[in-house]
Structure formats: C-alpha cells, structure tokens
Design a protein around this ligand. Structure first.
Ligand code: SIN
Ligand code: FE2
Length: 213
C-alpha cells in the first residue's frame, strides 16, 4: 500500500569540497535520537553558556561522550566534567555512535569514532554566529552535524569570515558532514523562525559530533 507518511529516501547534496549534505539521513532514527536527548538532558541539563566576551549564548547546550565542549568567561575548552553538575558528561548512546559513523562513512570519511557530541537546542530567535570548529586537536577527522525538528538556515562559507556564504535550509533528519579542505570553513545558523514541529514542538535540536584528540 502507498504510505504517504513514509520517511523519504535519503539523498546527497554536495556543499563544498569535502562537505556534503545527507538529506533526511537521520529521519528513521529521529524518534529514538530525541528520546535519548531527553534522557541525556535529565543528567546534564541544557544551559545557556557565557562566552569569554561575556555574551550569553542564545542556543542552549549540553554534551555527551568522553569530553564535552564548554565555554565560560575564561575561554573555550573540551572537558571531561560537566561544570554544571561536577560529574562526567553522560556516555554517548550507541545509536548516536552508529548514526555518526554511518554518516561520516557515507560522506567519504570512514573510521570517525567521535569522542564528543555537542547537543544544541534552538528556541525561536536562537542563532549561532559565524564560527570555525577549531578547538579540536585532530583536524583530520570531519564534523558530523545532525538536524532534528524545526528547519533552520545554515550558512557555510570558507576559510575566512568574509568569504562568500552559501545559505541552505536544514530540515528534520538532514546531516551535514564537512572535513578535509572544508574542515575549518566558517559556518553558522540564522535566527530560528517560530513554528511547531510534530516531534520537537517549538525547538530545533542539533547534534554535532567531533573527534577532539
Ligand atoms: C554548530 O556549528 O555547532 C551547530 C550548527 C547547527 O546547529 O546546525
Ligand atoms: Fe560549529
């Protein structure tokens, strides 16, 4: 029987040299990923971090894995402890590892084995200014970024902040992988437009997998 609500088959869209969007790649796993995010956030809650410049980030964040990305008045760092709970970050769920390895492999980067997963939560208006992911020691490994819930506009530029930007809409289940020549490309998220998603309500979630060491 024709199922009008079946998940779409994934497809690939090149973004830049070394970078690709795996459209809808995470759709089938999404309900389980979201259930895991809720469990992880019960251990290490979402919080709005303060940057070294004293700016409170609009995106709420938490982490899972061996190390987690944090920022405070002193700088950016990967730490084994959650500074909010003074406990280690919760383990990375098996389904997270499976998905990130499948995505990196599909994008041409096998043997990813991330040790960190940053979990971002965007409410309406939340944004992430243009930045490079450069706090990782191992730049041979790619970044794998999973979008869940409400759509958002992703900007992807080049090695310098003022290089031209591509703007693409990232939707529920889309996975972006960037590495190699685009590993240090500037990127960001424009302010989230208010809407309601059947699985995430007023939020967009993003999982960013990194290999930090
Ligand atoms: C990030 O750059 O850490 C996240 C990007 C996104 O939310 O899609
Ligand atoms: Fe980033």
């Amino acid at each position: 029987m024709l199922d009008l609500f079946a998940d779409e088959m994934p497809w690939q869209e090149p973004l830049a040299e070394g970078a690709v969007i795996l459209r809808r790649f995470a759709c089938a796993d999404a309900p389980r990923l979201l259930a895991q995010i809720a469990q992880l956030a019960a251990i290490s809650p979402f919080r709005q971090m303060v940057t070294p410049g004293g700016y409170t980030m609009s995106v709420a964040m938490t982490n899972c894995g061996e190390v987690g990305w944090t920022t405070d008045r002193h700088g950016y760092l990967y730490s084994t402890m959650d500074p909010l709970t003074s406990q280690p970050w919760p383990d990375m769920p098996g389904i997270f590892k499976k998905l990130s390895d499948a995505a990196s492999t599909a994008a041409g980067y096998p043997d990813f084995a991330p040790d960190a997963c940053l979990i971002n939560r965007y409410a309406p208006g939340a944004k992430l200014s243009l930045h490079q992911d450069k706090d990782e020691l191992n730049l041979q490994k790619p970044i794998v970024s999973v979008s869940l819930g409400l759509p958002a506009v992703f900007q992807f530029g080049g090695l310098k902040r003022n290089f031209p930007l591509k703007r693409v809409m990232l939707e529920h289940g889309d996975v972006v992988v960037w590495g190699g020549p685009s590993r240090l490309f500037y990127h960001g998220i424009l302010p989230l437009k208010a809407a309601l998603h059947p699985l995430t309500g007023e939020y967009r979630f993003n999982l960013t997998f990194r290999h930090t060491r």
